[in-house]
Design a protein around this ligand. Structure first.
Ligand code: SAH
Length: 387
């Protein structure tokens, strides 16, 4: 996909007022946020407060059959059966890493599957979810990018990853919160699919659903500037930027969306995003460490200048390899040298610990099953999958 078509994808996408998905004449309730559900209930002649009841059933108790919603009258259950549906994707593979990371492959339609990853840590459990089938952005160091792009996930397919993961982990979010954080860092670019990612993020943060605080829900973007500008008014959530290069020449090459939204456009959007917010508001800056590509001392020095006084935390990500990527991971020395330069300049910086790479579940290794519509995979060498 070239830069022009990326642009069109966003222009096409005004944040739709109504994100409801209709399947076989039935509205899918899984992906509707509180307002979406209230609207649906009004449309079938019911009171809007039903939205909180049904949200609890679906998300807190993991119920997908209307007949199990015992505090709804029989008449209402019958009405729901004739107008609505709660679809959930099938898990077609589950892989467990030696470090406890779990990766699920979820079938979203006959041709496509996406991956979601659960990363357990001492004090938290993070679920990494996908927002698109494949990705149009074509960052050369990312396995998802190499697979091409098929389509946006719909709201229900995005939140279903949380629903299914809770089921697979054997917990009811109301009783036990094993998944404490969710990051939109799986397959795809969430800000090229705001109509569906925003309601899903709202459900994650809704007290009648998963009740995660805004600090625990992070949307990661390669830099879709018009959407970054919209996110502030549409959704109070944490934001991470995949920066990866401190100047346009290098960023044009490794994060091609930079050709459309250069650093001169991106940086002011980030300052505007944090401005006027809570005093603790900051952005996370992600920076993948690629050997001899973006890890020189001069790059670290440029980063210090570029980030200036932006309230941010930098997360250095050791590159996770995949076959035929053409890149290598920076040496530990280079990573720590880079980090020390940022710290010495007063910036906050950590190095992300690699998790789940033995099952291809680490950052940038997710590949699912994508029926590519961009024809990119015809040109690229096939990515071999483990398991
Ligand atoms: N499209 C979004 C979200 C998906 S990528 C974005 O670009 O932010 C999630 C994070 O993993 C991004 O920072 C991405 O750049 C990083 N990543 C991609 N491929 C990687 C790889 N092979 N090794 C390490 N990190 C990678």
């Amino acid at each position: 996909m070239n830069v022009k078509s990326m642009d069109l994808m966003f222009e096409d996408e005004k944040i739709a007022k109504d994100s409801s998905v209709v399947y076989d004449g039935h509205v899918d309730l899984l992906g509707l946020d509180k307002d979406g559900l209230a609207k649906f209930f009004v449309s079938i002649g019911e009171k809007p407060f039903r939205s909180t009841q049904i949200m609890k059933w679906i998300h807190q108790f993991g119920v997908s059959d209307f007949d199990d919603m015992t505090n709804l009258s029989k008449a209402l259950r019958e009405k729901l059966k004739s107008t609505a549906i709660i679809r959930t994707p099938k898990i077609i593979a589950e892989q467990k890493s030696a470090d406890g990371t779990i990766k699920w492959l979820l079938e979203v339609d006959q041709k496509n599957s996406v991956e979601a990853v659960f990363i357990p840590e001492k004090n938290r459990g993070t679920l990494c979810i996908s927002s698109q089938v494949g990705c149009a952005l074509d960052c050369g160091f990312c396995a998802t990018g190499k697979q091409g792009f098929n389509r946006n996930l719909e709201n229900w397919e995005i939140i279903a990853q949380m629903w299914v993961a809770n089921k697979a982990l054997g917990c009811k979010p109301k009783e036990e919160r094993i998944i404490s954080n969710v990051v939109f860092m799986g397959m795809g670019e969430p800000l090229l699919n705001v109509t569906h990612t925003f309601p899903a993020a709202r459900i994650l943060m809704d007290d009648n659903a998963y009740g995660l605080s805004k600090r625990r829900v992070t949307i990661s973007t390669a830099g879709v500037v018009p959407a970054i500008r919209k996110i502030k008014e549409a959704l109070d959530v944490s934001l991470a930027i995949s920066l990866h290069a401190p100047n346009n020449a290098l960023r044009d090459e490794i994060v091609p969306i930079n050709q459309k939204y250069s650093l001169e456009k991106l940086m002011p959007a980030l300052y505007d995003y944090v401005e006027g917010g809570h005093s603790k508001k900051h952005v996370t800056i992600e920076y993948v460490m690629l050997d001899k590509v973006n890890d020189h001392v001069s790059h670290a020095e440029e980063m210090v200048k570029l980030l200036g006084d932006l309230p941010c935390k930098i997360n250095l990500i050791p590159f996770n390899s995949f076959e035929n990527s053409g890149y290598e991971r920076s040496s530990n020395n280079a990573i720590h040298r880079f980090k020390d330069i940022l710290l010495a300049a007063g910036l906050k910086c950590t190095v992300r610990r690699t998790r789940g790479d033995d099952i291809d579940a680490a950052c940038g290794q997710l590949a699912g099953k994508v029926s590519d519509r961009t024809k990119r995979t015809l040109k690229a060498v096939e990515i071999k999958r483990a398991g």
